[in-house]
Design a protein around this ligand. Structure first.
Ligand SMILES: Cc1cc2nc3c(=O)[nH]c(=O)nc-3n(C[C@H](O)[C@H](O)[C@H](O)COP(=O)(O)OP(=O)(O)OC[C@H]3O[C@@H](n4cnc5c(N)ncnc54)[C@H](O)[C@@H]3O)c2cc1C
Length: 379
């Protein structure tokens, strides 16, 4: 099965492609060097309705569902964008859904609407220096003090953490490591909340990544998302969307690299003949194409089931691992087919090769996905 191609979705693809061509491609190299994308890009994407795809109009979104968000992600990358750009521009895809699901009007007005309008930037902070895979082991704690929580602890590897105006923060509301979690929205500028180092990375260069520190940070109780101690469930529920987004980034990166490598192999001649005329090369391209297409079909199938409300936690984990494996194989092969040029910053495959490495780590590692799959098998 594949995502049904309606006239509206074709329009959405065209809108996305035009946005990337005009607003991204001329500047992406500069943003990679600068280590971040400009705030104005969020506003531009919001104005044409792209930023709010997948969020209801009632909270300031543009409507559409998970499948529409997937199409946007796919098209951004296939138009020459990158998974790093998706991470930077669409961080709200992980920062806002818990607030939307809570139906808390105060939080929706203060954070969801402005973010979907492109005037605010949000981040999601779960991972801590002591560990990311073990979400229940979170040690950043929030102690209740009247109408406030007092937060102490630290977070790391937080996407858009340098630029963000607020951070949806997972905190422990009992003793550290108790697994009793809540989500608090912490605003930049709150005394005791500091953004530390801008972290330097292998890939995703246009996406800023930060360390965050909380020392006696007073956060109003009104900034808690949902009832106390419901954070763990809320995080787990939203992981499905994040994992499918990462799976989409993986197969779309693979598809883009198949296109780039195919073009290259048609144009490049060695020993008097185009590379694409060699059986070894043709078969390599065929295998790359097959893996990318199989991953795309499976991710679409699982996404359709998630959108239909099916509880497919195991399948989401399998979709992420299938797509990441396809991507890893394809980016490596695509770079190799480009020869020395593939190793240069001038080559688009070089960026995809570096960017791809995070996809099997973020949103739950390949090993953690395998744990989920094993549990699903009854092991
Ligand atoms: C560029 C980037 C952006 C990120 N953005 C965000 C963000 O916006 N918000 C956020 O909260 N986090 C973010 N992260 C963090 C990311 O989600 C974590 O790095 C990831 O969940 C893994 O956690 P960890 O790094 O602490 O590794 P660990 O949990 O320490 O794991 C280390 C290794 O051990 C393996 N492992 C762990 N447990 C087991 C087990 N039981 N069995 C077998 N193997 C195991 C893991 O698979 C991994 O290979 C980001 C990370 C990066 C690099």
């Amino acid at each position: 099965m594949t995502i049904v191609d309606t006239p509206e979705r074709r329009q959405l693809r065209e809108l996305t492609r035009a946005f990337v061509t005009k607003e991204v491609l001329p500047y992406l190299d500069d943003w990679e060097r600068a280590g971040e994308v400009p705030r104005s890009l969020h506003e531009t994407a919001a104005k044409i309705g792209l930023l709010g795809i997948g969020f209801p109009e009632a909270v300031g979104g543009s409507g559409g569902d998970l499948l529409d968000s997937i199409l946007v992600t796919e098209e951004v990358i296939r138009s020459g964008g990158s998974s790093g750009l998706i991470a930077a521009l669409f961080t709200h895809g992980i920062a806002l859904p818990h607030m939307v699901a809570s139906q808390d009007d105060g939080l929706i007005e203060r954070y969801v609407r402005p973010t979907l309008a492109g005037t605010m930037i949000g981040a999601l902070a779960i991972t801590e220096p002591d560990g990311g895979s073990d979400v229940a082991g979170i040690r950043t704690c929030a102690r209740r003090d009247g109408d406030h929580y007092v937060v102490n602890g630290s977070k790391t590897y937080i996407t858009s953490g340098v630029r963000s105006d607020f951070v949806t923060t997972a905190v422990c509301t009992d003793f550290p490591g108790s697994g009793t979690l809540s989500l608090l929205v912490v605003e930049k500028g709150t005394p005791g909340f500091t953004v530390g180092r801008r972290l330097e990375k292998l890939g995703w260069h246009c996406s800023d990544t930060a360390e965050l520190s909380f020392v006696d940070v007073r956060v109003p109780v009104a900034n808690r998302i949902g009832p106390e101690d419901t954070g763990f469930l809320a995080i787990m529920q939203q992981f499905a969307t994040e994992r499918l987004s990462l799976a989409t980034q993986a197969y779309a990166t693979a598809q883009r690299c198949v296109e780039l490598a195919t073009r290259w192999c048609r144009d490049r001649s060695t020993f008097g003949r185009p590379l694409a005329s060699r059986q070894l090369v043709r078969h390599r391209l065929a295998e790359m194409h097959t893996r990318a297409e199989a991953a795309r079909a499976y991710v679409h199938d699982v996404a359709e089931r998630v959108a239909a409300g099916e509880p497919v936690v195991t399948e989401v984990a399998m979709a992420k691992n299938v797509a990441v494996a396809a991507c890893d194989f394809v980016v490596d092969a695509a770079l190799q087919l480009h020869g020395g040029f593939g190793y240069l910053r001038d080559a688009e495959v070089e960026r995809h090769y570096r960017d791809a490495r995070i996809l099997g780590i973020g949103g739950g590692t390949t090993e953690i996905m395998n744990e989920i799959i094993a549990k699903g098998m009854g092991l």
